[in-house]
Design a protein around this ligand. Structure first.
Ligand SMILES: N[C@@H](CCC[C@H](N)C(=O)O)C(=O)O
Length: 259
């Protein structure tokens, strides 16, 4: 089979994109997805995303981690998929689409994709860290000297350890730069390594920092190894609403692969 694919990246979190409106892709083929995401034998990516038709909204997002398994919401992948949908002329500058965690509104403005994330009404706070779900599960922990921190080793210990075990979590390490700016490095479940950016992770860090009083700003800057993201929200009673993840999403190349 020869497959046409597109490669996108959002702050360095990179994805293979496939237009699956004609149902050309076998969605249960875990080995194929893992092969396409393999950086040595395949195309290479942190994940793979299918754009599919939807009966009521503009399109449907189906997301796989690089290990080949379908997973929970991907914020950067969602932003890239909105850019891909605009490229395919499925949408113009605004859209509503369905992902695994429900409907998402998004718009493209000044070359930035603004993606609305799910409301967050539950944040577990511990002495050493916070845990919350922004579409995907996230452990958020402060570290000193983040530039020299061993994210892969320490992230893996937390990801596979108690209480997360096999189901796991994504793990974000954070350092505060000023009132509204944080540096974030993320170990991603399903990639099993540090990625250059994680959108649901940046969202989790922004909300966790506000909730713990580290910042009172309602729009935060998140410096990630692949660039900069912004996250804004409105806190209504104990719920974070209108959570927007904002950043660039870029088409890198198009290709065909025999598989
Ligand atoms: N890259 C992501 C998160 C993707 C999902 C994650 N690896 C998981 O399985 O929880 C993002 O940008 O949010």
């Amino acid at each position: 089979m020869t497959l046409i694919f597109y490669k996108y990246q959002g702050t360095g979190n990179d994805f293979v994109m496939i237009d699956n409106r004609q149902q050309i892709f076998d969605k249960d083929d875990t080995k194929l997805v893992a092969f396409l995401c393999d950086r040595k034998f395949g195309i290479g990516a942190d994940g793979l995303i299918l754009l599919e038709n939807h009966p009521e909204v503009d399109f449907k997002m189906v997301y796989y981690n690089a290990d080949g398994n379908q997973s929970t919401m991907c914020g950067n992948g969602g932003r890239c998929l909105v850019a891909f949908a605009e490229f395919l002329q499925v949408v113009k500058h605004e859209t509503t689409f369905e992902a695994i965690d429900g409907l998402h509104y998004a718009k493209i403005q000044d070359n930035l994709v603004h993606l609305q994330m799910k409301d967050v009404d539950s944040i577990d706070t511990f002495d050493t860290h916070q845990f919350l779900d922004t579409g995907s599960p996230h452990h958020v922990q402060f570290v000193k000297d983040i530039a020299n921190f061993d994210v892969k080793t320490e992230g893996a210990k937390i990801r596979y350890g108690q209480p997360y075990n096999q189901a796991g979590t994504n793990v974000n390490f954070v350092q505060q730069e000023n009132e509204d700016t944080f540096t974030v490095r993320t170990y991603e479940r399903g990639v099993e390594d540090e990625t250059l950016s994680c959108g649901t992770g940046a969202t989790a860090v922004a909300i966790a920092m506000h909730d713990s009083g580290k910042s009172t700003a309602s729009q935060l800057n998140l410096n990630v190894p692949g660039g900069q993201l912004k996250v804004s929200f409105k806190k209504d009673n104990d719920t974070y609403k209108k959570v927007m993840l904002i950043g660039r999403a870029t088409q890198v190349f198009k290709g065909t692969i025999t598989c």
